[in-house]
Design a binder for this molecule. Structure first.
Ligand code: DP6
Length: 399
């Protein structure tokens, strides 16, 4: 094989997106395989604003598998990392044995170096594990010449990561089998489906580290009977309604369900014993602002949703973004010289009417929100073709 082709097969860089659920995943029926107690549905965010980039290199000269995250070496023996590596190598071996692998078979005996970075601050409190594991699995699959369904492997890194394997609107079908073979993500509609849908991440300041989702949902499964009721009797119907709302681009239906589902998830957290609190006073103020904004207009123009932290993610339509951003700036006056308050997709200027201000009537919380990331639905993982973008140098180490 010519030298440059070898090179090409031995180093690959890919990017993968973050996703934000509108029907939440919370609770596992199998911890090791990461099988959920209910299906969930999310929107994949655009990688221009939020993405993970991962480079995987293999070489005969590497002594061991190694991983660096955001510049720091991490423990490769982490069980979830090991699950992903093992599954990918198992599929690669199977392909080789079936005689349909395009790769140099010696790659299977080589160690990997993995280097991964996020283009957004960890402080943004976004589920970086979803983009991270999706990117890891996608990149490893390219290196080891594996095609086809990969969400079942990404799921074993982090449950929500399976949904980041596709762009647009994605459902994670919980599945019924004990081996998890039917617990997979599936695209409901592509990212082009709903062009005026916008997503705003409101990054709450002064964030304290709260209970992680893995251990939080474990305690919820053990102690919350509301969670069981939700999984068995509420989510199945909501999944159907949500898919219909997405397909029909029915914003009011989409938004009302999104808010109700976020609220029910946080209610199951309060029903967990001892209770878990992810929402803080800023989150509650955002919830009030959204409902009063909607009530003022007599229609649902905004939806909030919260994951395992206090940052609100707002879904709205493009035409409502400028006024909403003005309202946020008015009720959460930002720090002067605190950098750009609005990041990402540009937002037009708008005036905030006295009527709307009076209808919202909240006590302003200065600096409650440090900044907003403005984005939209985007595509799934991608290969980066430009070799200058590799995160690993010719010496096999992070650049
Ligand atoms: C609240 O996928 O982070 O964001 O499977 O244990 O890695 P593990 O949990 P994770 O949980 C995400 C929970 C959530 C809701 C969601 O994204 O659906």
């Amino acid at each position: 094989m010519p030298e440059n082709t070898m090179e090409k097969h031995n180093i690959v860089t890919c990017t993968a997106p973050v996703n934000i659920a509108v029907i939440k995943y919370w609770g596992k029926r199998n911890e090791e395989l990461i099988l959920p107690i209910n299906s969930s549905l999310s929107v994949t965010l655009h990688q221009d604003q939020l993405k993970t980039t991962t480079t995987v290199a293999t070489s005969r000269s590497f002594q061991e598998d190694q991983i660096w995250l955001n510049g720091k070496e991490e423990d490769i023996t982490h069980p979830r990392l090991q699950s992903c590596l093992r599954e990918i190598r198992r599929l690669a071996r199977k392909r080789r044995n079936d005689g349909d692998s395009p790769l140099d078979p010696s790659i299977l005996s080589q160690k990997v170096h993995i280097c991964s970075v996020n283009n957004f601050p960890t402080a943004a409190g976004l589920a970086s594990s979803a983009a991270g594991f999706a990117c890891l699995v996608y990149t490893l699959a390219r290196v080891f010449g594996i095609e086809g369904e990969l969400s079942g492997i990404a799921r074993q890194g982090s449950g929500s990561a399976c949904r980041s394997m596709y762009g647009g609107f994605v459902q994670w079908i919980m599945g019924q089998k004990d081996d998890g073979k039917d617990s997979l993500a599936q695209q409901v509609e592509p990212e082009t489906h709903w062009p005026d849908l916008r997503i705003l991440v409101l990054v709450a300041s002064a964030e304290k580290k709260s209970v992680g989702s893995t251990s939080g949902m474990q305690t919820s499964v053990q102690t919350s009977c509301l969670l069981m009721h939700r999984a068995e009797s509420v989510v199945p119907g909501r999944m159907e309604e949500m898919i219909e709302a997405v397909r029909g681009k029915n914003f009011a239906a989409f938004a009302d369900l999104t808010m109700k589902d976020s609220n029910q998830f946080h209610a199951t957290c309060l029903d967990t014993y001892p209770p878990i609190f992810y929402l803080n006073s800023v989150s509650q103020q955002v919830i009030n602002l959204v409902h009063r904004f909607n009530r003022h207009y007599g229609e649902t123009r905004l939806a909030y949703t919260f994951d395992a932290g206090p940052n609100a993610v707002i879904y709205t339509l493009q035409q409502h973004v400028p006024e909403f951003v003005q309202a946020v700036q008015h009720f959460f006056p930002p720090e002067r010289n605190g950098g750009q308050f609005i990041q990402g997709l540009p937002v037009n200027q708008a005036a905030l009417s006295e009527e709307l201000k009076q209808a919202i009537a909240l006590e302003p919380m200065p600096k409650g929100i440090s900044y907003i990331i403005s984005t939209k639905a985007g595509p799934g993982p991608r290969v980066v073709e430009d070799p200058t973008q590799h995160l690993i140098g010719s010496d096999g180490m992070p650049k």
